[in-house]
Design a protein around this ligand. Structure first.
Ligand code: SF4
Ligand code: SF3
Length: 539
């Protein structure tokens, strides 16, 4: 196996087994699925040329790419079903495109490759690894992989939005265009262009998702979320999917079960259409990489939606459930939004014996809430009460170097405001940083899925001060782990945001030359120490 798509990779890359727990057979299946998705994409690009689109193929490419994102699907049986489905969709699309006057014959390997009948799909996948059909030039291949990993993030957001009924042909068309591009003879500059276009399309899909979330559940409002629990039966919902949570809340109404969020579900407490449920109580635990310890102590059923699942420990294997694209071999999978098995399990378990108060945190400072107090924020900046904003955002992870983000926030001077989003916030989410003239110094904008909201806040501030985002008293200190973060980073580069500090390490898939392009054009830099970085930013 060869995988280096996330920040957790072994030295250089994972070649024997994934640090995330991905086994070589699943890695090969994911490579094979990715290869077949490229094939569908080549035909879909030709199809659009002759006026043919196929919504099933479009959706399949998005959900297939999302299935290969870090910490989503570890179950070989699921890939055994996805792979033949990819071949079936590809062959059907070839026929439709040919019937409309498009190409009937293809030479691209990803279109002509079909797993041998009866063959082990992981063995077939070993012939379709991440470098097959890619450029020999290291820098071009680096950008080809950057685009692929960025597309996985775009696809995740497209799938999230589709679940709430929002789709965009422009986004689907670009997933195909980006996947098919390795079969075009593009030079380095063209690949740089495609990399930035990935960021541009990601901005569009994030806007679509923001619209999907806010039009379905309302705009988040500042909300205090208990970190303790009530006595009684309990369900814990992790991941990023708002609809799964809403379905759980509806299906548990009146059953005497309290519903808690875990990880990236914390900001769900701010949505009016979710917070209205009285049994939607509080938040349990911290970021994804602590789940094995935290889940073992949870006395109820646990539901994993989207990323990031880790290998379930035997102590809770019996009470953890997956849904949607998430999979772990042996974990029970629920489909079609019917959470009956999860509810039955919660009712059969002990639940919390007694109430416990562990304080509370605030969430719900998404764009609408922050822009609602824009006048106060602007006058605080003009009067000098607020000196600087920091967006300390991105993924959490297991590496010790990530303490940087905790220390950084602790050391931010008291006349500065910290905006945050995504699971990296769990390094500091419960710190009491106080307020500046009634504006909290720590503002949780939401999930990684809500990066669009932070971008809108930054552009609104820039408009108010009649300057560019780069001229604002705003610095971005980001952490990455998986491919949603790659897509968001590409969006920030597309928007021309400069001077980003990125950690805890830089992506392995960027060659020194590609990195130089980023440094020269965007002044992107690795994090140093909190003291050095704060001094460099604030002087
Ligand atoms: Fe390794 Fe990350 Fe790939 Fe998992 S997703 S195999 S940890 S590089
Ligand atoms: Fe976190 Fe997985 Fe990236 Fe959603 S939950 S930000 S890592």
């Amino acid at each position: 196996m060869f995988c280096y798509q996330c920040e957790q990779r072994a030295k250089g890359s994972c070649t024997k087994v994934g640090v995330c727990g991905k086994q070589p057979d699943v890695a090969a299946q994911q490579d094979l699925l990715t290869y077949l998705l490229r094939g569908i994409a080549v035909v879909a690009v030709e199809g659009r040329r002759v006026g043919v689109t196929d919504i099933d193929a479009d959706r399949f490419v998005a959900s297939g790419l999302f299935s290969t994102l870090t910490n989503v699907n570890f179950d070989p049986a699921r890939f055994d079903r996805l792979i033949p489905e990819a071949v079936r969709l590809r062959e059907g699309l070839i026929e439709k495109v040919a019937a409309a006057g498009g190409r009937a014959q293809y030479t691209e390997g990803a279109v002509t490759f079909t797993p041998r009948a009866g063959a082990d799909l992981s063995e077939e996948g070993e012939r379709c690894g991440l470098t097959v059909d890619h450029a020999e030039n290291d820098d071009i291949r680096s950008l080809q992989h950057t685009v692929l990993f960025g597309l996985r993030g775009v696809a995740a957001y497209a799938d999230h939005a589709r679940i709430l009924g929002k789709e965009s042909d422009e986004v689907y068309a670009f997933l195909h265009e980006g996947l098919a591009a390795i079969y075009q003879d593009l030079d380095l500059n063209a690949w740089v262009g495609l990399t930035l276009k990935t960021g541009e399309v990601n901005l569009k899909v994030m806007e679509l998702l923001d619209d999907a979330n806010t039009s379905t559940y309302g705009h988040p409002v500042p909300t205090s979320v208990p970190l303790g629990h009530r006595a009684g039966k309990a369900i814990l919902v992790s991941g990023h999917d708002l609809k799964d949570l809403r379905d759980i809340l509806e299906q548990t109404e009146g059953k005497g079960i309290s519903v808690y969020t875990h990880g990236e579900m914390l900001p769900c407490h701010g949505y009016p259409e979710l917070k209205k449920y009285s049994h939607f109580y509080g938040h349990y635990g911290t970021a994804w990489q602590n789940q094995q310890r935290e889940f073992a102590d949870f006395p109820g059923a646990i539901l994993m939606t989207t990323n990031c699942i880790q290998k379930p420990m035997p102590s809770y294997m019996d009470n953890i459930y997956t849904t949607g694209l998430v999979g772990w071999p042996g974990a029970q999978h629920v489909t079609n939004g019917d959470f009956g098995p999860v509810i039955d399990k919660a009712l059969a378990m002990d639940g919390f014996a007694a109430e416990e108060d562990k304080g509370a945190v605030m969430t719900g400072f998404a764009r609408n809430a922050v822009m609602g107090v824009a006048d106060t924020v602007i006058s605080a900046v003009k009067s000098g009460d607020i000196r600087h904003f920091f967006l300390v955002a991105g993924c959490d992870g297991a590496k010790p170097g990530r303490n940087y983000y905790t220390e950084f926030v602790e050391k931010v001077p008291s006349d500065c405001v910290v905006l945050t989003l995504a699971c990296g916030k769990f390094r500091f989410f419960d710190k009491q940083l106080g307020d500046i003239g009634g504006i909290p110094r720590l503002l949780d904008v939401g999930q990684c899925n809500d990066a669009y909201s932070a971008i809108r806040i930054a552009t609104a501030l820039a408009e108010a001060f009649d300057c560019g985002v780069n001229d604002l008293p705003l610095s971005m200190v980001l952490s990455w782990y998986e491919q949603k973060a790659v897509a968001i980073l590409l969006t920030l580069l597309y928007l021309g945001v400069k001077d980003i500090r990125l950690g805890p390490t830089l992506p392995e898939f960027l060659t020194p030359n590609v990195l130089n392009v980023l440094v020269e054009n965007y002044d992107i830099k690795p994090i140093a120490t909190p003291d050095e970085d704060l001094k460099a930013i604030l002087g």
